[in-house]
Design a protein. Structure first.
Ligand code: GRF
Length: 206
């Protein structure tokens, strides 16, 4: 079983979708969530983890004197839990370079748009959907990608489109996209596990 960690700052509906997928869906027998880390003590994702009996920890930046100690705390938790894959799910901080090095091509993120469009610094949450409405595009969607040192620019693993109608508000789009996210995140994790760990056992693929 591949050991997953989820890093999240908010509601954790994607975390729930991943947990449901290993309990009843596409990740059954393939992966399990062994750790949830949040940088926000009030995040509902921590409550979800408790309900699911998943080890969870809150690691807030303000509890540490600098970034280095904060990042070390995250790294240590990942190591102690023998995590294979890290899934960012609404995690509102950049991942430290040292963690990226050690977990090279083993950190995934989900973005609420069809990258490379509507990505990059400042493009998160409602800003993404507002930009989509402003651009007047007919489609948006969700993207799961590998995390590298730049925002939203790592190799794309899976995307799912959603149709946009002229009357859709940013809130309407957010709702449609979130539904797509819940479908593709578990599928993308499955794809990575099958390609990376099971079939080819080769991290140089990506
Ligand atoms: C999602 O829209 C995700 O794409 C973005 O943050 C949101 C997190 O939602 N990065 P949730 O906390 O998983 O409900």
């Amino acid at each position: 079983m591949i050991r997953l960690a989820i890093l999240a700052s908010g509601g954790g509906s994607n975390m729930q979708a991943i947990v449901d997928a290993y309990k009843f869906g596409v990740l059954k027998g393939l992966a399990e969530v062994v750790l949830v880390i949040s940088n926000n003590a009030n995040a509902f994702v921590l409550e979800r983890a408790r309900k699911e009996n998943i080890k969870s920890v809150c690691i807030e930046r303000k509890s540490f004197k600098d970034d280095e100690f904060f990042n070390k705390a995250i790294f240590t938790k990942l190591q102690v839990a023998s995590v294979d894959l890290v899934c960012l799910a609404g995690y509102m901080r950049m991942i430290d370079k040292e963690i990226l090095k050690v977990y090279n091509r083993r950190i995934l993120n989900i973005h609420p748009a069809l990258l490379p469009k509507f990505g990059g610094k400042g493009m998160y949450g409602h800003f993404v959907h507002e930009a989509v409405v402003k651009a007047g595009v007919k489609k948006s969607g969700a993207t799961v990608h590998f995390v590298n040192e730049e925002y939203d620019s790592g190799k794309i693993i899976l995307q799912k489109e959603v149709e946009i109608s002229k009357s859709d508000t940013p809130g309407d789009i957010a709702k449609k996209v979130l539904e797509a996210e819940h479908k593709i995140y578990p599928q993308a994790i499955k794809k990575v596990i099958e390609e990376k760990f099971e079939v080819k056992n080769d991290f140089s693929l990506y």
